[in-house]
Write a protein that binds this ligand. Structure first.
Ligand code: 13P
Length: 252
């Protein structure tokens, strides 16, 4: 049975000291929540990744990096490699976030290369994609999402998909307070699962967790999470306060 997942993407928030406090609060709070077939993941900034990894070693909170270089090593100033991430016992990485696509020029092709490097280094991937508002308005959203997934992931074999978590994040719903309706999320998630089923065997589609991201908060989470093809959430703003994030874990 595929896992339910609540993942927090901290983006460029929290200093080292602030991160330490939040990790501590989450670690403590999570102990009081019964996790039934559910994974809890947080993606702090690189400056706190090692601390978060150390501090959660004996906890059910898992740690993800927010980005990674496609190259294995070398003269790439400012970049972080897959093996560096693995070396601090972090086994997950977020790739393809719309902010990386929009502000840092990441493309389907460059993401396909990152996906390959991550898998080669035994990193599990939370792969993000989603349409912008114009695409939604013009009815192109299915086509856009299909292309993003096909171009970055459909060269993989069935076995590789054991290390893929999908995250549908409509760009118009990120940080805007506007959420896709539970019906819109379900419709897209069912479409994605069908897409994967057509390309691979249906087992792959049934096993892959598909998260929804975009203004998920304690007030709207339960309804979104209740949809059959929504296996959890990738959370931005509400992941920055332990109280809110823990409420989302409870909501799943
Ligand atoms: P918000 O929850 O702040 O809308 O962000 C969603 C997101 O981009 C998570 O990766």
């Amino acid at each position: 049975m595929r896992k339910k997942i609540v993942a927090g993407n901290w983006k460029m928030n929290k200093t080292y000291q602030e991160s330490k406090v939040l990790v501590k609060e989450l670690k403590k709070g999570i102990k009081n929540i019964k996790l039934d077939n559910t994974r809890v993941i947080i993606a702090p900034p690189f400056t706190n990744l090692q601390n978060a990894s150390k501090k959660t070693k004996d906890s059910s909170v898992e740690i993800a990096a927010q980005n990674m270089c496609a190259k294995e090593s070398g003269a790439f100033t400012g970049e972080i490699s897959a093996s560096m991430i693995k070396s601090i016992h972090v086994d997950l990485v977020v790739l393809g976030h719309s902010e990386r696509r929009e502000y840092f020029g990441e493309t389907d092709a460059s993401l396909a290369a990152k996906v390959d490097t991550a898998l080669k280094n035994d990193l599990e991937i939370i792969f993000c994609f989603g349409e912008v508002l114009e695409d939604r308005k013009s009815g192109n959203h299915f086509k856009i999402v299909e292309e993003q997934i096909k171009k970055a992931l459909f060269h993989l074999n069935s076995d590789d998909w054991k290390n893929i978590i999908l995250a549908y994040e409509p760009v118009w719903a990120i940080g805007t307070g506007e959420t896709a309706s539970p019906e819109q999320a379900q419709e897209m998630h069912a479409f994605i699962r069908e897409l994967v089923a057509q390309r691979y065997i249906s087992d792959v589609a049934e096993e892959v967790s598909i998260l929804y991201g975009g203004s998920v908060k304690p007030a709207n989470a339960e309804e979104i999470f209740s949809k059959p093809d929504v296996d959890g959430g990738l959370i931005g703003g509400a992941a920055l306060k332990s109280e809110d994030f823990l409420a989302l874990v409870k909501a799943i």
